[in-house]
Design a protein around this ligand. Structure first.
Ligand code: F6P
Length: 551
């Protein structure tokens, strides 16, 4: 029996936070002057991550009130319910157990009477065995040549995690093996990604939790036709068996598609798509970085899970960061949240987080069907620094909206370049340190004047400061640290969802557009009656398309 959501706005902690927020005048210059220990007091260690929240809006009072709100909305109880396999995904009647995907062999988490950890390791062992065969060249294509390119075909959670992690872990890739990704139903995507590939040395992984997703199935068919058209003759079904594997919870549908069930890797309904990169959905990644590094990746998730499960609320990084996001969104009117990695390898991290956070918490009803009582679901966005600095940071520094931002950086570079005696990574990190400093402490009009600035342009050169940030650092961007970062944001997302009383694990909001896209097929193809049934705007857009498409 799932507990009813608690109305956060009706709690004593919420009322207290309203008062605190009304009276809070964030002033980092003063806060640090009054408390020389502030950096130490609000810096935390979560696994290998050093997380400095001293330039956030945490104060002793704010932290205590946020922890109270977490307690009064049962965040810790819900966390424990999730971790123990309770069916907290109410609208789909499912357990939520991405944490079981990284549970150690031999541990027990039970769903419907079965220990799912055993199943997880059974599949992982098969994925590792397969990855090893592909990497060593033991697995060959139909003409006996080893695989040189793996193409992952999937979308959403069946794409964003693998592609983000593949990009992030480039230093760990096997040299003679490339992974490409096809996701978009725009034929351009398949066209571009297939171009230049040799079908004899290409392996396709069709990744789809449901194995019903139009984009993925369409691209899989395109890939199959491309393979069979371009291979030497007479290699039909046998070629598909050597060049296609699948990852899905719907193994019956995989078989219907014509993929050998022996070449399919399963996962389970209790793994949400956007929480699945550490399941068999990560098979392309396991091939790319190898089983040992993939195991390290999982160990990183696990380390963060343990921190989330065990650290006291006052020092629990995902809990504090999730509650701070509540503070910014619900009490400080922030509508967006920037995530700014100072690592080019993390250039797809924000895109990955967009699905994780926004598909999870972009909801306006609670898990019992009643309307939410507060604002939910901020927009997550970002780009790697320093590129973002030359694009949109202006708005974070001097715009009129409050934009909390997470900065992420690593102590060690992969490429130790130096020019004119200057270590390039230090130049890079200089920017990382400078940005949160500038955002926090700003620059006063007097400081601007002291630089000899003409009075007329002093206002334009003032930096208000007092913009909240979190700084996350780790020694290296290793597979484990990447796992820790992902799990950190998974748990932040969870915490926010619980406070808001929403089911962070369904995604009904994507259904209507999917259904309409299917229904529009006949009208687009020229069925006049179907066209006439459309609303005037859709009708005129389709008419434009039909007029302008070359015959
Ligand atoms: O349409 C949204 C969604 O269901 C995501 O939640 C999911 O990650 C994506 O589509 C792909 O779904 P599947 O893995 O079932 O193909």
């Amino acid at each position: 029996m799932t507990a009813s959501p608690i109305d956060p706005a009706g709690t004593a902690a919420w009322k207290n936070l309203e008062t605190i927020a009304r009276e809070l005048a964030p002033n980092f210059r003063e806060w640090f002057a009054q408390n020389p220990n502030r950096a130490e007091q609000f810096s935390f260690q979560a696994a290998d991550l050093h997380v400095d929240l001293s330039k956030s809006f945490l104060t002793d009072e704010v932290r205590a009130a946020l922890v109270d709100l977490a307690r009064q909305t049962n965040v810790e109880e819900r966390r424990d319910a999730m971790l123990s396999g309770e069916k907290i995904n109410v609208t789909e009647d499912r357990a939520v157990l991405h944490t079981a995907l990284r549970a150690p062999r031999g541990s027990t988490i039970t769903v419907d009477g079965e220990n799912v950890v055993d199943q997880v390791h059974e599949v992982l062992d098969r994925v590792y065995e397969f990855a090893t065969k592909v990497r060593s060249g033991e697995w060959t294509g139909i003409t006996g040549r080893p695989i040189e390119t793996v193409v992952n075909i999937g979308i959403g959670g069946s794409d964003l995690g693998p592609v983000m992690a593949y990009e992030a872990l480039k230093p760990y890739l096997q040299e003679d093996l490339e992974v490409r990704f096809i996701s978009n139903i725009d034929p351009t995507d398949a066209g571009e990604e297939l171009s230049g590939l040799d079908p004899e040395t290409t392996l396709f992984i069709i990744a789809s939790k449901t194995f019903t997703t139009l984009e993925t199935l369409t691209n899989a068919k395109v890939a199959r036709a491309w393979l069979l058209d371009n291979l030497p003759e007479g290699t039909g079904d046998e070629a598909v068996a050597k060049h296609f594997v699948a990852v899905s919870t719907a193994l019956d549908k995989v078989a219907e598609f014509g993929i050998d069930p022996n070449n399919a890797f399963g996962f389970w309904s209790w793994v949400g798509g956007r929480y699945s990169v550490d399941s068999a959905v990560g098979t392309s990644l396991a091939i790319a970085i190898g089983p040992e590094n993939f195991a390290d990746f999982l160990a990183g998730f696990r380390a963060m899970d343990e921190h989330f499960a065990n650290a006291p609320a006052e020092e629990n990084v995902p809990l504090l960061m999730g509650m701070l996001n509540i503070f910014y969104t619900n009490f400080m009117n922030a509508g967006t949240h920037a995530v700014l990695p100072y690592s080019q390898y993390l250039h797809r991290f924000a895109a990955y987080l967009q699905q994780l956070t926004m598909e999870s918490n972009g909801k306006s009803v609670r898990w019992d069907g009643t309307p939410v009582t507060t604002t939910t679901g901020e927009v997550f966005w970002g780009e790697p620094g320093t590129n973002g600095q030359h694009a949109f940071y202006q708005l974070i520094h001097q715009g009129t909206q409050l934009i909390p931002a997470d900065f992420i950086a690593f102590a060690n570079p992969t490429y130790p370049f130096a020019t004119d005696g200057q270590d390039q990574h230090e130049l890079f990190l200089g920017n990382f340190f400078a940005q949160t400093k500038a955002l926090a402490f700003g620059k006063t009009a007097d400081e601007v004047r002291a630089e000899g600035t003409a009075e007329a342009i002093v206002p334009a050169r003032v930096f208000e400061g007092n913009k909240p940030t979190a700084s996350i650092m780790a020694p290296y961007l290793s597979p484990s640290v990447l796992g820790q970062l992902i799990a950190l944001y998974e748990h932040i997302t969870f915490v926010q969802g619980i406070v808001w009383g929403i089911d962070s694990f369904d995604q009904w909001g994507v259904e209507l557009g999917k259904q309409m896209a299917n229904d529009l097929g006949p009208a687009i193809a020229g069925d006049e009656a179907a066209l006439a049934d459309q609303d005037p705007s859709t009708r005129s857009l389709i008419a434009y398309y039909r007029e302008h498409r070359d015959a």
